[in-house]
Design a protein around this ligand. Structure first.
Ligand SMILES: [Zn+2]
Length: 67
């Protein structure tokens, strides 16, 4: 089968800090070996730490709307 190429748009999903509401959560590089695994994050503004199943920012791709 030949290759196909499809133009898509990228959707960035970010997590706003639940403590201060001003910063965004960024990975600290630590992965918690829970089931399922979680990624430790720290707020860019206040430093609050939380762990999520998702590594933020998360990127997903969507097909462009039909012209
Ligand atoms: Zn914060």
């Amino acid at each position: 089968m030949p290759e196909t190429k499809t133009e898509q748009r990228v959707i960035r999903t970010d997590m706003t800090c639940n403590d201060c509401g001003n910063g965004v959560m960024r990975p600290t590089g630590v992965m918690l070996s829970s089931h399922p695994p979680q990624f430790a994050h720290a707020c860019t503004n206040c430093g609050a730490q939380h762990a999520y199943r998702v590594n933020y920012p998360a990127f997903t791709y969507e097909d462009l709307p039909a012209q």
